[in-house]
Design a binder for this molecule. Structure first.
Ligand code: AMP
Ligand code: FE
Ligand code: FE
Ligand code: ZN
Length: 288
């Protein structure tokens, strides 16, 4: 069983459509893939239809990656198999998405003041209809304008968190996010908790708080975490009674991460599914 529990589509900042993600999962020889776009469930229906219609052995886990922050530490919470109609969670997700628009407008304004020739409309044109917008779309607009050659270069030179052009977006407290996911019947896993190359990581005390709030697991095997960081995540999970997962954080052509490059143990996956209020989507009609 090959199980990848973290992947993006063009419903946020990935480049594959949701149906394209299912095709890519098949090409990567996966058995299970999770769709975890930033702050949205907008890709769920298309991905589920692709699984039902192509009926080719892919099991879909419907999820989300929520933007969280505590004291300037940015965290990402993966929520899986929750009720998408839960009012409190869906209202928070739409607040998170909506706030990304004025935030990107502010970043574009700062870049224009510095002499760059960019408009918010150019950024908007890089995102699929209704997609959660983010810095990667701004990077794509800069590529099209000939300012940089790749997303990687855009982030390194202009879009990183310490850049004068960087403006933060709304994020929820991670304990609140765990509570929202759990109240909606879902299972919560903290994404890349020790990825120091992404910025300041959460202190152990915060992970203890999250465990007490009902967190299920920590993502240990993630492309942004080195061997030592993965070891620390495993040790901490052991201490806190949490499970560990592995996943690629695939973004299509938007990142070098390959689908299925990191995977989750089947026993952990079974436990995750067993703890959730909603079921996975399987080919041939096995759908809740
Ligand atoms: P935002 O959600 O607008 O704060 O942008 C964060 C997103 O940018 C992350 O989810 C990543 O997908 C993407 N990202 C961050 N750093 C890089 C990078 N160096 N190259 C490409 N994409 C990146
Ligand atoms: Fe992303
Ligand atoms: Fe993330
Ligand atoms: Zn992600």
């Amino acid at each position: 069983m090959r199980i990848d529990l973290h992947a993006h589509t063009n419903t946020s900042d990935g480049t594959d459509s949701p149906a394209g993600l299912i095709a890519a999962a098949r090409a990567a020889d996966l058995d299970v893939v999770a769709i975890t776009d930033h702050d949205t469930v907008g890709g769920w229906a298309e991905a589920a239809d692709a699984v039902r219609q192509t009926g080719d052995g892919i099991t879909l886990v419907r999820g989300v990656e929520m933007s969280c922050r505590r004291n300037d530490v940015s965290l990402h919470l993966l929520g899986y198999l929750f009720d998408p109609d839960d009012a409190a969670l869906s209202e928070e997700l739409s607040r998170l998405r909506n706030d990304r628009v004025p935030r990107l407008r502010a970043m574009v304004r700062r870049m224009c003041e510095a002499g760059m020739d960019l408009t918010f409309e150019q950024v908007e044109a890089e995102a699929a209809d209704g997609a959660t917008m983010g810095r990667p779309h701004l990077a794509d607009a800069m590529i099209r304008a000939g300012i940089v050659a790749t997303r990687e270069e855009a982030f390194a030179a202009y879009l990183h968190r310490r850049s004068p052009y960087f403006v933060p977006h709304r994020a929820v407290d991670p304990v609140r996010a765990v509570e929202l996911v759990r109240a909606a019947g879902g299972v919560a896993v903290l994404a890349h908790p020790a990825a120091s190359r992404r910025g300041v990581v959460a202190p152990d005390e915060l992970l203890t708080e999250l465990a007490q709030a009902g967190l299920f697991g920590l993502e240990a095997d993630h492309p942004d975490q080195d061997v030592e960081e993965r070891r620390r995540v495993r040790a901490l999970a052991g201490e806190l009674g949490l499970r560990v997962t592995g996943a690629s954080d695939y973004h299509g052509a938007g990142k070098v991460n390959r689908l299925g490059q990191e995977t989750t143990d089947p026993e952990v996956f079974e436990e995750l599914v067993g703890g959730a209020g909603c079921t996975v989507v399987e080919p041939q009609g096995g759908v809740a």
